[in-house]
Design a binder for this molecule. Structure first.
Ligand code: C2E
Ligand code: CA
Ligand code: CA
Length: 678
């Protein structure tokens, strides 16, 4: 507290100024006092000397001293108050006259200075002479010093008062001027603090005449303005799309919610429309991104020019736009939508090319179709999807719109939520090495715990995820989950390779390889404990790119397997060019292999040729012992199927692994577990 006070600028100034002034105050007090004292004393001495001389002259002159004494004059002298006593002595020093009170002091000693002796009496003696200038006696007078002393004391008190007044004035002045400097600095300080806390919308105005502080204040104001500008542009960026400068999804949502939450508009009709450009993808692919971007910008312009001020248009992403029409009937909105379609169907001129696109628009109305922004957007999206598929261009949402489309779109939008909200979970199906009957690894099979539909199998959502653009997010989730689990087992000393299914689209999308390598590093999983299953169709879309990715993965030491072999059109010869080391024969061939000789022949030939190519063969869908024996006969390496176990969540798998009828002990490092107890 004291230290804080001492470090205060005003306190420091006061201390310095007051220390300097202490010196002047001393001079003022003692110097002035001394001068005044001196003055009073000399005045007193002059007076008493003159008075004594005067009295002596009055008495001197006659022969007879006694006759010269004028008692009246002496009494008068006493009565003036200044004279305490008068004593006349003859030439023999005999007292011949005494007026007033002599003090007890017996001998009379003349004082030379004011205040000599220990009484308040100034002793003075004057010689008395006769007419012939002969000494005839002495006049001794005692003057009262106390009056003068009192005046001196008063003078000193005044000096003290003046000094204190001076000190007080200089203290006040210093505090005043100190405050004038520090107050604006303190205000600036607190303003900068509020700016630092993000409240930078109030202008900085500091009343000061100090030039330096003014300059400081204006620099801070400048900084504040910059911050405001930056914040504004950041806000703009956060709420707008960079390419078209249109508001983005967030902005649209804010706007829609603001309108539907405001009471007075509660019963008015508002419409949300979703616009999807037709043929945009083809234009982007054949003319390139530059023209693609240009088409998007020009489309945005045309849409914007057709709208009212109160409407809100936003770019949702890609070639999708949305428009919110407050206080608009559905009929009016449909009319507008048709106008927008014809606007967008006019050719665009882009960098010398004439480009023609179109648009499909879906509309959903508040409050009759939905009450929340998300619902309106979802329903308008469904309507748009139906419009696109039917080629109608404009379609408003209706509950009995194509049921399938609705189901699909709902599934996609649910899945999007599901992936982000951890509704997916991993199950693991064991793969058994047929030679030593030990566990050779597991395959991760994803499940979706839908909040209302229960557990959804992958066959019902993987294909939709691929179509709906969610496969990348889904695969990322599965990869992380599988690698995390494999790493956990690895830490336990269980080296169980985990196989993860990839979709064809995954292989050609950017960043797959990097994200796998990153995940392996993050969870510290040795690459040989990760296996990736791809289907033959993975190679059809972009064989060069796919091969590139597979080679990089192979170089990392990650095992690659061809899944569902036999269902595609690739031959084993084609496979030879790919860095795959495992071949999984599809369930459809293994199933009923025992009864169906042609299936058995295919399986047999496949196993033989795969071995020739140095690949390991896994048979999928092994459900019975007969099939298992047949596969053993054909020298199939690994079997997977319900005969051993269905897929299980990790906990159940661990339980199965240690306690199953074929009880197995946890595998030692780098050794597969023996499935059947010795
Ligand atoms: P798949 O990769 O061929 O997986 C094997 C499928 O056969 C699994 O079905 C498995 O439960 C089932 N199965 C295994 N043994 C038997 C058996 O003895 N008899 C019968 N009848 N079926 C058996 P599931 O889990 O429904 O997976 C279906 C497909 O979904 C998978 O086929 C795979 O293509 C895909 N899938 C599963 N998980 C993922 C994933 O994480 N990512 C991707 N991209 N696809 C996945
Ligand atoms: Ca698989
Ligand atoms: Ca398969």
């Amino acid at each position: 507290m004291v230290w804080r006070l001492l470090s205060n600028l005003t306190t420091k100034m006061v201390i310095i100024v007051m220390t300097i002034h202490l010196f002047f105050i001393n001079i003022l007090y003692f110097g002035l006092g001394a001068v005044v004292e001196d003055g009073y004393q000399s005045q007193f001495i002059d007076y008493v000397r003159a008075d004594a001389a005067n009295l002596a002259a009055n008495i001197s002159g006659g022969k007879n001293l006694t006759s010269r004494i004028n008692m009246q004059a002496l009494d008068n002298a006493i009565l003036t108050g200044q004279t305490l006593f008068l004593r006349i002595l003859d030439d023999k020093n005999e007292v011949i006259e005494l007026v007033g009170n002599t003090e007890s002091r017996s001998s009379f000693i003349e004082d030379f200075k004011f205040g000599d002796g220990d009484s308040n009496i100034y002793h003075i003696a004057a010689q008395l002479y006769d007419n012939n200038e002969h000494d005839i006696g002495t006049l001794q007078i005692g003057y009262d010093e106390s009056l003068t002393q009192e005046q001196i004391d008063i003078a000193y008190r005044r000096c003290l008062f003046l000094s204190l007044l001076y000190a007080l004035l200089s203290f006040t002045a210093t505090v005043f001027f100190g405050q004038r400097i520090t107050k604006p600095i303190q205000s600036l300080q607190s303003l900068t603090r509020t700016i630092a806390h993000g409240q930078y919308h109030t202008k900085i105005a500091i009343g000061t005449s100090v030039k330096e502080i003014k300059a400081l204040a204006s620099s801070i104001e400048h900084m504040r303005e910059e911050l405001v500008n930056q914040a504004n542009s950041m806000e703009h960026l956060a709420l707008h799309d960079g390419l078209t400068s249109l508001p983005n999804r967030r902005f649209l949502q804010d706007r829609v919610e603001q309108v539907i939450n405001s009471r007075q508009l509660h019963f008015q009709s508002n419409v949300l429309m979703v616009i999807d450009l037709d043929r945009f993808k083809e234009i982007n692919d054949s003319f390139g991104h530059l023209i693609g971007d240009n088409v998007l910008q020009k489309s945005a312009r045309r849409l914007l020019d057709t709208l009212r001020k109160s409407d809100t248009i936003a770019r949702l992403g890609g070639d999708e736009f949305a428009i919110f029409l407050p206080n608009t009937s559905m009929d009016a909105a449909i009319t507008l939508a048709n106008k927008l379609v014809s606007e967008l169907s006019r050719e665009f001129e882009c960098e010398g090319h004439m480009v023609s696109i179109g648009a499909s628009i879906g509309l959903a109305g508040y409050p009759y179709d939905g009450l929340r922004y998300e619902d309106l957007l979802r329903l308008a999206d469904i309507a748009m999807y139906v419009a696109k598929r039917s080629g109608e261009h404009v379609r408003s949402y209706h509950a009995d719109l194509d049921h399938d489309a609705l189901k699909r779109l709902t599934l996609i939008s649910d899945l999007k939520i599901g992936i982000n909200n951890n509704q997916l979970f991993a199950t693991y199906q064991p793969k058994i090495n047929m030679l030593n009957e030990r566990l050779s690894g597991v395959e991760l099979l994803v499940r979706w715990q839908h909040p209302t539909k229960g557990t959804v199998p992958p066959d019902e959502f993987i294909a939709e995820a691929e179509r709906g653009g969610l496969i990348s997010a889904l695969t990322q989730w599965v990869l992380r989950e599988g690698i995390k689990q494999a790493a956990l087992w690895h830490q336990k000393g269980w080296n169980i390779p985990v196989a993860i299914n990839l979709s064809p689209k995954n292989l050609i999308e950017k960043g797959l390889y990097q994200s796998i390598v990153q995940l392996l590093e993050e969870y510290k999983l040795p690459p040989h404990l990760l296996e990736l299953e791809i289907t033959e169709s993975s190679m059809f879309v972009d064989p060069i790119k796919a091969n590139e990715v597979l080679n990089s993965l192979d170089k990392q030491g990650i095992k690659l397997a061809i899944d569902d072999f036999g269902t595609g059109y690739s031959s084993l010869v084609q496979l030879r060019k790919m860095p795959v080391s495992v071949l999984k024969i599809d369930r459809s061939f293994v199933d009923r292999m025992y009864q169906d000789s042609s299936n058995a022949a295919i399986v047999s030939a496949t196993i033989f040729m795969a071995h020739e190519l140095g690949m390991t063969v896994v048979a999928e869908g092994v459900e019975d012992n007969d099939t298992l024996s047949k596969l053993k006969e054909l020298k199939c390496d690994v079997a997977q199927g319900h005969l051993f176990s269905k897929s299980m969540i990790a906990d159940d798998f661990e339980h199965w692994f240690s306690k199953a009828p074929h009880a197995c002990s946890p595998p030692a490092q780098h050794v597969n577990p023996k499935l059947i107890k010795d």
